[in-house]
Ligand binder design. Structure first.
Ligand SMILES: C[C@](O)(CO)[C@H](O)COP(=O)(O)OP(=O)(O)OC[C@H]1O[C@@H](n2ccc(N)nc2=O)[C@H](O)[C@@H]1O
Ligand SMILES: Nc1ncnc2c1ncn2[C@@H]1O[C@H](COP(=O)(O)OP(=O)(O)OP(=O)(O)O)[C@@H](O)[C@H]1O
Length: 279
């Protein structure tokens, strides 16, 4: 068994700067990888079948992003092998933390190894984008400024930081938020680095807060905390987070969350845990 992590991400800001003709939105965002991961295990099969031994509740096996990733790589590479996958989910689903996309990226990297394909990272990145706009960042393997629909990536160095992430108990559909009439799509594009991560905002946040009062309440609660450097929503929500310069400040804030709120503290990473540079 090959066991590997699939980390979560945060969008430190998320600007919607336009819309493509196919309806996809042009974004500018900074992705930060988190020390908070799903765990995937892979066992080679020589009968060519792709099996998820631990189906996720509510997600049919053939729609699970790791199964879709494995099937796409199998068809694209023409390999005759298969795989058994065991997925231990920890990242909240539909939370804006990119869990499904990260599972897909880890699957692509694992099978590239297990099936001896030796595909270059760039080729995997292109394939990954077919599965979702958030897949490329996990294959890129380090914090990045992203443009386009999330696939034009420039590495960025971010300060050490800890995050208190609140997980409202609502599921937000990314497609629904992007298609909302109230969404503004005209934030003025910023120049590629240098820029300040602290001066950004998330254009999807007012739309999600309008539709889901629990997200709004969680955000308001975070905004009252002291010593935060960023307070915003990640991706299309529902998760919201506060950034702190130290672990003790993040833990102190976590200790004070009201009983009805759920969350966790995680350290910001510099690299994906599967990246050589991370070791
Ligand atoms: C909001 C973010 O999480 C920010 O990182 C991503 O842009 C979303 O990435 P994702 O979850 O991988 O999204 P996808 O599975 O590619 O797209 C889901 C749906 O969201 C909408 N969508 C997504 C990304 C984008 N740049 N513009 C869009 O309009 C499209 O309607 C699409 O059908
Ligand atoms: N392995 C998987 N893990 C989580 N969700 C999956 C998986 N495979 C498919 N899905 C589907 O994808 C949807 C979005 O999942 P995910 O947890 O990646 O959302 P998200 O964090 O909001 O994504 P993003 O930040 O990329 O918008 C889920 O509601 C689920 O139906």
């Amino acid at each position: 068994m090959l066991t590997l992590p699939a980390p979560a991400k945060l969008n430190l800001f998320l600007h919607v700067v336009g819309r493509r003709q196919d309806g996809y939105h042009l974004l500018q965002t900074v992705f930060r990888l988190l020390d908070f991961s799903d765990e995937l295990s892979f066992r080679l099969r020589d009968d060519g079948l792709i099996k998820l031994l631990t189906p996720v509740k509510g997600v049919p096996e053939n729609q699970d992003l790791c199964v879709r990733a494995a099937k796409l790589l199998k068809v694209s590479s023409g390999v005759k092998l298969g795989v058994d996958i065991v997925l231990k989910k920890k990242i909240p689903m539909g939370g804006g933390l990119g869990g499904g996309s990260s599972d897909a990226a880890t699957t692509l990297m694992a099978l590239n190894q297990l099936w001896n394909l030796n595909w270059k990272n760039e080729k995997l990145l292109k394939l990954g984008l077919q599965l979702g706009a958030d897949v490329p960042i996990f294959l890129f393997g380090q914090n990045a400024f992203a443009e386009g629909i999330g696939e034009k990536l420039t590495a960025v160095t971010l300060p050490a930081a800890w995050y208190l992430v609140l997980v409202p108990s609502v599921h937000v559909s990314t497609a629904e938020i992007f298609s909302n009439k109230e969404l503004t799509r005209n934030t003025i594009p910023i120049k590629i680095p240098p820029f300040s991560i602290w001066q950004g905002h998330n254009d999807l946040e007012p739309v999600v807060c309008g539709a889901y009062p629990e997200v709004s309440r969680s955000l308001e609660w975070l905004k009252k905390l002291e010593n935060t450097t960023i307070v915003t929503m990640s991706g299309s929500g529902a998760c919201v987070f506060a950034e702190f310069p130290s672990e003790s400040e993040a833990n102190a804030a976590y200790a004070s969350i009201p009983v009805e709120m759920k969350g966790f503290v995680a350290r910001g990473l510099d690299y994906h845990p599967m990246c050589k540079s991370a070791k």
